[in-house]
Design a protein around this ligand. Structure first.
Ligand SMILES: [Zn+2]
Length: 270
């Protein structure tokens, strides 16, 4: 199975950077604090903002470490004077200097584009899989239109479609289709919808709709004909990242690490 851990990039000269060297000389813990803030901001897609006290606690740093980052200009507190970073920093938070420039794949905009692309691709694939031979264009157009306008009504189901396919297509084209509705329609145990919706939004930060839906398909196959109590609640299934489960049921939890092998592959290819 492909390594699906999440990663961001790190400049190979990071620890030799004069600004970082100055901080290192004072406290290695401050550098760990800085790295933790970058990774956390990527993971939770906060666009470079981080809650200072939470960061300090989670990386076992000290308030002096936080002050060090602020005076070195690696973190900006409210009222900072860096003119290349967002001016408004909420009280209690810091902005990581040049976050967007260094972590372009972890901005809200980039995450939304990825989700949108994955949703469209998944819908187009489902529509293409389920279309009758003579309705190619309609299916493609339809996939494109539901990708852009959620809530659009689709009343036509192709007459020649086999029953199972028709059911699958409905998942992606019913009147108020959103990616979550599609997920919920396909998930084999309908318990805890609100929690599932939250977990679903969170899961899409780690993976795409298509992968989750393939996972749901695999789960449906696995639990078919078994007592419902063997099917996890949807929120649990999502929070544990089980869309990646091997058929054997091996659990995969995404780990955010710049030392992820795919990070190094990317650097070599770039
Ligand atoms: Zn800045």
């Amino acid at each position: 199975m492909a390594d699906k851990r999440l990663w961001t990039q790190m400049d190979l000269g990071f620890t030799s950077n004069p600004k970082v060297q100055e901080v290192l000389a004072e406290s290695a813990g401050a550098v760990v604090l800085y790295i933790h803030s970058v990774l956390t901001s990527c993971l939770h897609v906060t666009d470079g903002f981080a809650k200072e006290k939470v960061m300090v606690r989670a990386s076992f740093a000290s308030q002096a470490d936080a002050d060090l980052l602020a005076s070195a200009g690696m973190w900006h507190r409210p009222g900072h004077d860096c003119n290349t970073c967002p001016a408004a920093v909420p009280i209690g938070e810091v902005y990581i200097h040049d976050f967007e420039e260094h972590n372009p794949m972890w901005t809200t905009r980039a995450a939304e584009t990825r989700i949108e692309k994955a949703t469209k691709a998944a819908r187009a694939r489902w529509a293409a899989d389920s279309k009758p031979e003579d309705a190619t264009e309609h299916a493609t157009e339809h996939a494109a239109s539901i990708g852009q306008a959620s809530g659009e009504q689709c009343s036509e189901d192709a007459p020649a479609m086999p029953e199972k396919r028709r059911e699958e297509k409905k998942i992606f084209s019913s009147s108020s289709t959103t990616a979550f509705d599609a997920f919920w329609a396909g998930y084999p145990r309908k318990v805890g919808k609100a929690a599932a919706q939250k977990a679903f939004a969170k899961a899409l930060k780690f993976t795409d709709v298509e992968t989750v839906m393939s996972g749901v398909e695999a789960l449906r196959t696995e639990v078919a004909g078994k007592d419902q109590k063997f099917t996890p609640h949807a929120a649990t299934w999502l929070n544990e990242g089980r869309w990646d489960d091997e058929p054997s049921g091996q659990l995969q939890i995404p780990v955010n690490s710049p030392w992820d092998p795919s990070f190094h592959r990317m650097q070599v290819e770039a």
